[in-house]
Every structure is written in structure tokens, then in C-alpha cells.
Design a protein around this ligand. Structure first.
Ligand code: GAR
Length: 202
């Protein structure tokens, strides 16, 4: 199994399903560390309740800018021997030095079918655009915001009476299946990258 860290800012439902999958023996990773950048993140309670050994809140205001904040995160990740960094509703942009340091080892889940609707308002943007299908994407993180190679996607319909919350809820049902399944596949099968394309080993 691989040691991973999860970084989260909010509700932590993706963190929860990963921890549940690990506990059920369905996802061969060891969540060694959870880092949150918000003291009120429910993700902190979820991590503590699940018995994650290292649950850490870092307040960005205590650091002199993004580089320093990310450097502290990076030191924690190294200290705890985390092989992969799983972003689960982590709403801070990572500095390019952080991305370089962990290149190919950071994954994110995003609530749209990338490359459509990047950024922090993906669900509202998809709704406002009027697309009839949306979904979620698990991808590797590189220096381009929401732009790294795609590992997996799932689609959902957009309904005429949807609002942001109803569409997001439908997308999250898919996220909660896709993220643990993709982590499992990464550990058990592995992949290579050709250009932008992720080629799964099996
Ligand atoms: C998820 O829907 C995730 O796709 C999205 O935030 C939500 C976090 O939910 N991420 C982004 O928008 C990243 N730009 P959670 O805290 O319940 O896991």
C-alpha cells in the first residue's frame, strides 16, 4: 500500500469516502496525514474521527505568502513519508515550487468534465453555460490550474430544474465512487503518461 496525504478545505466528503474505503479494505492506501487550511473545515473532524494519525490545521495567515505556506506543507508531507498527495476540496492554488517538488504525485478531483469549467466555480459555470451533461474529473496536478493529465471522469445529466446545490449533489455521488476507485487503480495497476494521455497499465 502507498502512504498518502489528503489536503482539504471544506466539508470533507471525499476525504470521508476515501477513509471509509480504506477501512473497508477497498482502497490499498494508508492515509498518514490530513492537512487543512481552514480551522472550521469539517474535514478536520472527519479525519480525527477516523483515527488519522496526523491531522493538521495550518492557518495561511501565519505564513508570509503562498510559497512559505506551501513549504511548510511540503515539509510535513516529506516528514510523514507521503508518496501521494490527494487534494479533496482543497481550495488553495498550489505554488509552482510545490508542484515541481511533488511532480506526478499530486492528484485532484474537480466538479466538471475538464477541460470545461476550470476554477473554483465550476458547478455554477456549467449551469450558467447551459451544458446538458457535467460530471467530475480526477487528474494529475501540474502548473496549469485544473490542467494536468486526466486519470478518470464520470458524467451526470444536468436537469432543467437544477440549481447549483442539486447539480453539485449529483456530481458528488459520482465523485464518491470515482475517487476511491481511481486511487485503488493507481496503486494496484499503475499508469504511464504519453504526452497528455494517461495510459493505465491494465
Ligand atoms: C468537490 O465537489 C470537489 O470536486 C470540489 O470541491 C468539492 C469538495 O467537496 N473541488 C473543487 O472545486 C476544486 N477546485 P468535499 O469537501 O465534500 O470533498
Amino acid at each position: 500500500s502507498k502512504s498518502i496525504a489528503v489536503m482539504a478545505s471544506g466539508r470533507g466528503s471525499n476525504l470521508k469516502v476515501i477513509l471509509d474505503a480504506v477501512a473497508a479494505g477497498e482502497c490499498p492506501v494508508d492515509v498518514r496525514l490530513v492537512i487543512c487550511d481552514r480551522g472550521d473545515a469539517k474535514a478536520l473532524d472527519i479525519a480525527r474521527a477516523a483515527g488519522v494519525a496526523n491531522v493538521i490545521y495550518l492557518n495561511p495567515k501565519d505564513y508570509d505568502g503562498r510559497e512559505q505556506f506551501d513549504a511548510e506543507c511540503a515539509d510535513l508531507l516529506d516528514r510523514h513519508g507521503c508518496q501521494w498527495i490527494v487534494l479533496a476540496g482543497y481550495m488553495r492554488i498550489l505554488s509552482s515550487s510545490f508542484v515541481r517538488r511533488f511532480r506526478g504525485r499530486i492528484i485532484n478531483i474537480h466538479p466538471s468534465i475538464l477541460p470545461a469549467f476550470t476554477g473554483a466555480r465550476a458547478v455554477e459555470d456549467a449551469l450558467a453555460y447551459g451544458v446538458k451533461l457535467s460530471g467530475c474529473t480526477v487528474h494529475l496536478v501540474d502548473e496549469v490550474l485544473d490542467g494536468g493529465p486526466i486519470l478518470a471522469q464520470s458524467i451526470v445529466p444536468v436537469l432543467d430544474d437544477d440549481n447549483r446545490d442539486s447539480l453539485h449533489a449529483r456530481i458528488q455521488i459520482e465523485e464518491h465512487k470515482l475517487y476511491p476507485a481511481t486511487l485503488k487503480r493507481m496503486v494496484e495497476d499503475g499508469f504511464t503518461i504519453e504526452g497528455r494521455r494517461v495510459i493505465w497499465a491494465s
